[in-house]
Design a protein around this ligand. Structure first.
Ligand SMILES: C[S@@+](CC[C@H](N)C(=O)[O-])C[C@H]1O[C@@H](n2cnc3c(N)ncnc32)[C@H](O)[C@@H]1O
Length: 165
């Protein structure tokens, strides 16, 4: 199931699914309001590709530098926290939630996930594997993608929900 609050964005997801001959349910809805779209079946896995400042992709979208305002970051971080809070209860015990943003800011990355882990306490949620990861578009990261161009900025954290004790 794929969810986006913007029907135009979702139409592009539908196009991609058709092109790849994949089948998925798509739904235009606010992910922060599961009562409107969730059938009550817990998810084994959730990918939260969260709305963010896009500060990690200004190389490809230079207009972001002019369009974003400092106060946008706190507002976006608040929406990200709301999305995490709304989606976490929908995850089955033992399930995993991948949180991702294309941002260079800690407010949308480490600080967001640190606050989430604090809210859930030591036994409530775990960080998995090599996460979190934060790639910054710095010159010493260039070689990890291509020698010719720097990487985009990107953050991810893979969270797992413990089984009931
Ligand atoms: C980084 S993009 C994800 C793009 C998506 N992975 C794709 O391939 O099309 C973040 C998306 O979150 C959507 N969004 C923002 N707030 C939302 C909300 N409250 N509920 C659901 N989607 C939301 C935006 O419309 C935007 O398309």
């Amino acid at each position: 199931m794929a969810l986006d609050s913007d029907p135009a964005r979702l139409a592009r997801v539908d196009d991609t699914l058709r092109r790849l001959r994949l089948v998925a349910r798509t739904r235009a809805a606010d992910a922060r309001r599961p009562a409107a779209w969730w059938d009550g079946q817990p998810f084994e896995a959730i990918v939260l590709d969260a709305p963010c400042s896009g500060s990690g992709v200004v190389r490809r979208h230079p207009d972001i530098r002019w369009l974003r305002r400092p106060e946008d970051i706190a507002a976006l971080a608040a929406v990200q926290a709301e999305l995490l809070n709304a989606l976490w209860p929908l995850l089955a015990p033992g399930g995993r939630l991948l949180y991702a943003t294309c941002s260079i800011f800690r407010a949308e990355g480490d600080a967001q996930i640190d606050a989430f882990l604090q809210r859930h306490g030591p036994g409530g949620a775990h960080l998995e594997g090599l996460s979190p990861g934060h790639l910054l578009p710095l010159s010493d990261n260039w070689g990890t993608v291509t020698e010719a161009s720097p990487a985009d900025g990107f953050y991810y954290a893979l969270l797992s929900k413990p089984h009931a004790p």
